[in-house]
Ligand binder design. Structure first.
Ligand SMILES: Nc1ncnc2c1ncn2[C@@H]1O[C@H](COP(=O)(O)OP(=O)(O)O)[C@@H](O)[C@H]1O
Ligand SMILES: [Mg+2]
Length: 359
């Protein structure tokens, strides 16, 4: 084992760190996969081009970079904001090293995307909050549920002893209201079965959701499909994923209906993402299922608590849809992200695709 040497190209491509090498004119010679992801473009579009061409002018004209080029000085700088030509931004920690390669001097850029690290820790914090809220609700729900059975039973016993038929109305009311509460509490407790996973084509699930929504005659929403047919089969519980998607699509339908948007449209999207970190674990392949609508957007006052149970802006809304969707996705070690602004709301569900074991 001592003389083990990993294949360099493979090793570089498996790093989270962006590695990019240029000649001393800053012409790109090499990029690893993390660099392709940062630049959101492929190696062919990068190689041979000037590094500075990809950024808004001025961004990379830093003195230290000039010194690195001219005098071969190495440096490390933290939290550099990059602005790409297509207006994307990224915050990076950068190390620049000069490397002598035969007669040529080359410059090695190593970058870590800080945004991503911040997002991961925010994600952990969010998860902890959701977990705490869910446990609180669970505890409360159990405390309500236990005596409810007793109240209902006592009302039924009482009903047998009542003489006047008119009085039965009251015991009946107790039974009905207990049932209603029990129903609510059960929904608050959320789905409590473990997923029954099988290999599935996610598009079948997406299509089922689509037909359930289009079948509703009250619905004047245009539903558009934007599927990536190359998604491999995913190991999921299709009923659970269908439920999560339905909750999300229904929210879009309701938001569009309430706002009386002109040309209300929902787009159901599927994509494959590579090398994605979810809950601190990196997955080589992840299925992304999203629902986008052109409705009014999520009200700003509930953005931070959106996934908590009973958070709703609708009269009579239970506020359980997203909380249940999140529990279901958690059962699949996945994640939900939401981007929302007026006229554009996109809920993205990420599900890790585990590779099928060879038979
Ligand atoms: N696509 C969307 N557009 C606008 N607001 C949304 C959307 N999806 C969710 N919301 C907001 O999030 C809240 C919580 O949603 P949810 O948990 O499903 O509960 P409910 O639908 O019962 O209100 C909704 O009341 C609504 O204000
Ligand atoms: Mg809902």
């Amino acid at each position: 084992m001592l003389d083990y040497q990993p294949a360099p190209a493979k090793l570089l491509n498996n790093l989270n760190t962006v590695v990019l090498i240029t000649n001393k004119e800053l012409q790109i010679i090499y990029v690893n996969q993390a660099a392709e992801a940062l630049f959101a473009t492929g190696v062919k579009q990068l190689q041979g081009h000037l590094l500075t061409d990809f950024f808004v002018p001025g961004i990379l004209q830093d003195q230290r970079l000039r010194a690195a080029r001219r005098r071969g000085e190495d440096f490390t700088e933290n939290e550099i904001s990059l602005i790409f030509r297509d207006n994307r931004t990224a915050l990076i920690d950068l190390t620049v090293t000069n490397m002598q390669n035969q007669n040529d001097r080359q410059i090695v850029f190593e970058a870590r995307v800080v945004d991503q690290q911040k997002r991961i820790s925010r994600e952990n914090q969010q998860n902890a909050q959701h977990y705490a809220a869910r446990e609180l609700v669970r505890g409360l729900a159990h405390e309500i549920k236990n005596p409810l059975g007793g109240i209902r039973g006592a009302a039924q016993l009482l009903a047998k002893r009542l003489q006047k038929p008119d009085d039965l109305e009251f015991t009946q009311m107790i039974v009905e209201q207990s049932d209603r509460l029990r129903n609510l509490v059960d929904r608050l407790l959320g789905p409590n079965t473990l997923p029954r996973r099988q290999w599935c084509n996610v598009h079948q699930t997406l299509e089922r959701v689509r037909s359930l929504v289009t079948v509703d005659p009250e619905n004047s929403v245009t539903l558009i499909r934007d599927y990536d047919p190359s998604i491999p089969e995913v190991y999921i519980d299709p009923d659970m994923i269908q439920q999560a998607l339905l909750n999300i699509v229904r929210n879009s339908v309701q938001a569009l209906g309430q706002a009386r948007s002109t040309n209300p449209t929902i787009v159901i999207i599927s994509r494959v993402e590579r090398q994605m970190t979810i809950h601190g674990k990196r997955h080589p392949l992840v299925a992304q299922l999203s629902v986008r609508d052109n409705g009014p957007g999520i009200p700003s006052e509930i953005r931070d608590t959106l996934f908590y149970p009973m958070v709703s802006t609708k009269t009579g809304g239970s506020g359980l849809g997203l909380s249940i969707a999140q529990t279901l996705i958690d059962h699949h070690s996945g994640r939900i992200d939401i981007d929302s602004s007026p006229g554009h709301t996109e809920v993205k569900m990420y599900l890790p695709i585990e590779r099928k074991e060879p038979l």
